[in-house]
Design a protein around this ligand. Structure first.
Ligand SMILES: NC(=O)c1ccc[n+]([C@@H]2O[C@H](COP(=O)([O-])OP(=O)(O)OC[C@H]3O[C@@H](n4cnc5c(N)ncnc54)[C@H](O)[C@@H]3O)[C@@H](O)[C@H]2O)c1
Length: 496
């Protein structure tokens, strides 16, 4: 850690691999890694024995002393898994950069089950503790990294992070990349790309200060998300002599992100893309996860490719110029993501709190986690389509002009909650959406045609369209078969 930088503190559940990660990071930076468990054992002997002889309370008190002393000294430190239970430790951590090594339950359990650690003797207790502690790590972390992330690359990004920003490292089969959320991140260096940068943006964003040196300006709007627009981008890249060593920088909402991402993914069979989302929809959803593409008159997002970005830079400053209706549209995706995530995110959103950096980051983290588990929509990723089967049908029926995507999602979420049979939750979500200025009813649609359009959903396999349903906030299931009559009733209920 450079003298000027704040300390890097590695936290995580027992067995997550934080000590290993801290050692690797220390080696990379040429500094020494401190480990609070090790320092404890040097002073008081083996932890399991101390724990057994003196009890947990006494252990925690001694542990707190050690941790506070090391945090005060600073440097690169791995913290004992439970030390964050202490409010004093959590307080002290605010002065530092906290790196959460976020590992899966099974990974942690397999690493420690035979270790003799006092809290890893019984699987049931271990599982309970894992889920009880998660929210604490979640809220403390400035940087969220899976244990298998490449240390040197992660550190290069960490060094470039503007003060106060947060980062989650996305690790998928198709690529690994940072998703950064904060103020001023649009001008941070991006160590994961090189060569020339080709900025693609739309006409509305181009007149703001968010993309000062745009190379390619496309007209704004969903109706521009077409092969014809894509062809214009490809040809501009070709005429400018762009190569795969260069990169595209997509500065805009989901339309620019999807289209420019698709162009990058197909130009010379794939050049890197940096996503720089400028709408709430794109920051909490579209820019993350590598789905790119364009619409056909026959169906939305019908042609595309998976192309993971090299970085996602979500700068909250750029939302200042976003029209209210666009912000509201983004709020629909925030509510969707909160329903999927449950926990801290749902409790803030359901309380009607304003969207801030913490909520945007929690949404980004949720999307990253879902995509990491299933990059190509084989299973778990389908939960992200909560509300989208009906939303897409409404968008297609209205010709992509009447409803913003987020507005369609607002209606689709209500249909999905009806299909889930959750009256109270539906009423609560309806109130949140309505307060944000989103539509909760629609008139002038042909219910039967909208229902039949749901059958064109891309997730359909065979005769049935699998729906995504909610059992409770934080518990969303995909692949659910729903009788046509129920779909009809859920759409009918939306009609004003
Ligand atoms: N790839 C994915 O996983 C994914 C997920 C969700 C949505 N999407 C796609 O995203 C698209 C919707 O994205 P969107 O809602 O961002 O729409 P959008 O890109 O059309 O942006 C909405 C409007 O806001 C303007 N704008 C953007 N940033 C601005 C800023 N900072 N200040 C002022 N004006 C600004 C745009 O010019 C446009 O007029 C849809 O095509 C949808 O299919 C993709």
């Amino acid at each position: 850690v450079e003298a000027s930088a704040r300390s890097l503190i590695f936290v995580g559940f027992m067995g997550a691999g934080k000590s290993t990660a801290a050692r690797a990071a220390a080696k990379e930076l040429g500094v020494e890694a401190l480990d609070t468990d090790k320092v404890f054992e040097e002073r008081y002997g083996p932890i399991p024995e101390y724990f057994t002889t003196h009890g947990e309370a006494e252990f925690r008190a001694r542990e707190q002393e050690v941790v506070l002393e090391l945090l005060d000294r600073g440097g690169l430190i791995a913290l004992g898994g439970g030390s964050i239970l202490s409010p004093r430790v959590r307080d002290a951590l605010r002065a530092h950069r906290v790196v959460w090594i976020d590992s899966e339950l099974e990974t942690c359990w397999n690493r420690v089950r035979h270790s003799g650690r006092p809290l890893a003797r019984n699987r049931g207790d271990f599982v309970d503790l894992f889920f009880a502690r998660r929210p604490l790590y979640e809220q403390l972390a400035d940087i969220v990294v899976p244990a298998q992330a490449p240390v040197a690359e992660v550190l290069a990004v960490v060094r470039a992070l503007p003060e106060g920003s947060r980062m989650v490292w996305a690790q998928t089969a198709g690529g690994a990349y940072p998703v950064v959320v904060g103020h001023g991140v649009r001008s941070m260096p991006v160590p994961t790309v090189g060569g020339r940068s080709f900025v693609v943006t739309d006409a509305n964003v181009a007149v703001q200060d968010w993309a000062p040196e745009a190379d390619i300006v496309i007209p704004a709007g969903e109706e521009q998300k077409t092969l014809a627009t894509a062809a214009g981008v490809w040809r501009h890249l070709a005429e400018a002599g762009a190569t795969r060593g260069d990169h595209v920088r997509a500065v805009g909402g989901g339309v620019v992100g999807d289209l420019a991402g698709f162009c990058a993914g197909t130009y010379q069979r794939g050049m890197p893309v940096v996503q720089q989302p400028t709408t709430l929809v794109a920051q909490v959803d579209a820019a993350i996860g590598g789905k790119t593409g364009v619409d056909l008159p026959e169906g939305k997002n019908y042609v595309g490719a998976y192309h993971q970005p090299r970085a996602v830079l979500s700068d909250l400053d750029v939302l200042a110029t976003l029209p209210d209706a666009e912000r509201a549209a983004g709020y629909a995706e925030v509510v969707k993501t909160a329903l999927i995530a449950g926990g801290h995110l749902w409790s803030r959103v359901s309380a009607g709190e304003d969207v801030d950096a913490d909520i945007v980051f929690a949404c980004a983290r949720t999307k990253v986690a879902v995509v990491a588990a299933d990059e190509r929509d084989g299973g778990r990723r389908q939960v992200l389509n909560l509300g989208h089967t009906v939303a897409h049908a409404l968008e297609t029926w209205t010709g992509y002009t009447r409803l913003r995507h987020g507005e369609a999602v607002s209606l689709g979420l209500l249909a999905a909650l009806r299909l889930s049979g959750l009256d109270e939750l539906r009423a609560q979500v309806r109130a949140l959406l309505e307060r944000a200025g989103l539509p909760v009813t629609i008139d002038g649609i042909d219910v039967d045609e909208v229902v039949s359009l749901t059958r064109r959903d891309k997730k359909r396999i065979g005769a049935k369209v699998p729906f995504v349903l909610t059992l409770a906030p934080g518990h969303v299931v995909h692949g659910q078969e729903v009788p046509d009559a129920d779909v009809r009733a859920a759409v009918e209920e939306l009609v004003a």
